[in-house]
Design a protein around this ligand. Structure first.
Ligand SMILES: Nc1ncnc2c1ncn2[C@@H]1O[C@H](COP(=O)(O)OP(=O)(O)OP(=O)(O)O)[C@@H](O)[C@H]1O
Ligand SMILES: [Mg+2]
Length: 339
């Protein structure tokens, strides 16, 4: 078993029961047999680590497999002195887990957040097809993919292609954050990206991570102010040809009266995606739903339309792709006409 197996392994293993069943180990069998096997594997992995010289150790008490996963995902950040320690897990999610990190010598920030994606095989890809339409896939470094080999592999959904697609998904999150951060949007400052992880400004302080807005009740005046701030951010995104695609009170962090928008891998390009107007409206509606519960009234449809049109986009009816059935006479006629 190599490190990658462990990474995949780890993600399925959140409790001892699953651990045992995954290993095919009968829980009635002596526990030492399990631990002995694991200890052997751990020793050989640690040995490989020590051979690489300066080993990365951290204060966060990770579970066994999680530790390997962290070493694999964050090792390069450590080597480049972007981080010096992993302090704690902030949140384990369906798509990714987020850890609070101590910055290394190369970064001047109080704290950092590392978002580590689940390995491709175990991620519940948010039906990414809809979001990928009209997006050029990106390589690990955030540049457009151009090699026919990669493009074909994605189209054919080979295992290699799925890995490239996974990389592109992560790269979109990072390049979008960079773009929006430089455009003055309220997003955590992005610092670095590795194969499986993104390093960014930590929102919160040493003891507390900023909660999402969905967990917060606001006074009406503050709600009004923050609502306007979010509209300003949506406007900046449109000015930069980006739609968040999964915007809601769950993906907006609140800290000391300020907000930060997070979670961008599914970002949509307005001109290129035939569903962009629908996806954009959904973002605006979800934001309005939260704020109307906080006492801020808004006409969500009108707001979405005004923002959309002000950036030169057209409001269009989405055309559902229609598949013709040669067994149906009307479809057959339509098909023959096309011919
Ligand atoms: N920069 C940050 N600073 C502090 N906490 C953060 C930061 N980024 C993310 N988090 C925390 O991690 C959680 C998950 O982050 P994010 O929304 O980007 O991932 P996700 O893939 O959507 O995960 P989930 O499936 O749980 O929503 C956030 O809700 C927030 O609690
Ligand atoms: Mg999220």
């Amino acid at each position: 078993m190599d490190t990658n197996d462990y990474i995949e392994f780890y993600n399925e293993l959140d409790d001892e029961d699953k651990l045992n069943s995954h290993l095919g180990i009968d829980r009635r069998r002596p526990y030492e047999q399990t631990t002995k096997k694991l200890a052997q594997e751990e020793r050989s992995f640690k040995h490989a680590q020590d051979d690489s010289g300066d080993s990365f150790k951290f204060s966060y008490k990770a579970a066994r497999f999680e530790e390997w996963w962290l070493l694999d995902s964050l090792g390069a950040f450590y080597e480049h002195k972007w981080i010096s320690d992993v302090l704690r897990k902030v949140k384990g999610g369906k798509e990714a887990s987020v850890y609070q990190c101590q910055p290394g010598a190369e970064v001047d920030a109080p704290l950092l957040a590392a978002k580590i994606y689940r390995p491709r095989m175990l991620r519940n890809l948010k039906n990414d097809g809809e979001y990928r339409i009209g997006r050029v896939d990106l390589d690990q470094d955030g540049g457009a993919l151009w090699k026919a080999r990669d493009i074909n592999a994605i189209a054919k959904r080979t295992s290699y292609g799925e890995e490239v697609r996974h990389q592109s998904w992560i790269a979109y999150e990072f390049v979008t954050m960079e773009k929006l951060y430089h455009a003055g949007a309220d997003v955590p400052r992005p610092y670095a990206k590795e194969k499986n992880a993104i390093l960014m400004e930590f929102v919160g302080d040493a003891g507390t991570a900023a909660p999402p807005l969905s967990h917060i009740s606001l006074e009406r005046d503050e709600a009004k102010q923050l609502f306007e701030r979010i509209i300003r951010n949506i406007d900046i995104m449109l000015a930069n040809d980006r739609i968040h695609g999964d915007l809601s009170a769950y993906n907006i962090l609140y800290w000391e009266g300020e907000i930060k928008l997070i979670d961008f891998p599914q970002v949509v390009l307005p001109e290129a995606n035939p569903s962009s107007w629908r996806i954009f409206q959904r973002d605006v509606v979800r934001v309005c739903q939260y704020f109307s519960a906080q006492g801020v009234s808004c006409n969500e449809k009108k707001l979405a339309a005004d923002l959309w049109v002000s950036h030169g986009h057209k409001i269009f009816k989405e055309v559902e792709p229609k598949y013709l059935d040669p067994e149906k006479p009307e479809d057959r006629r339509a098909w023959e006409k096309q011919e």
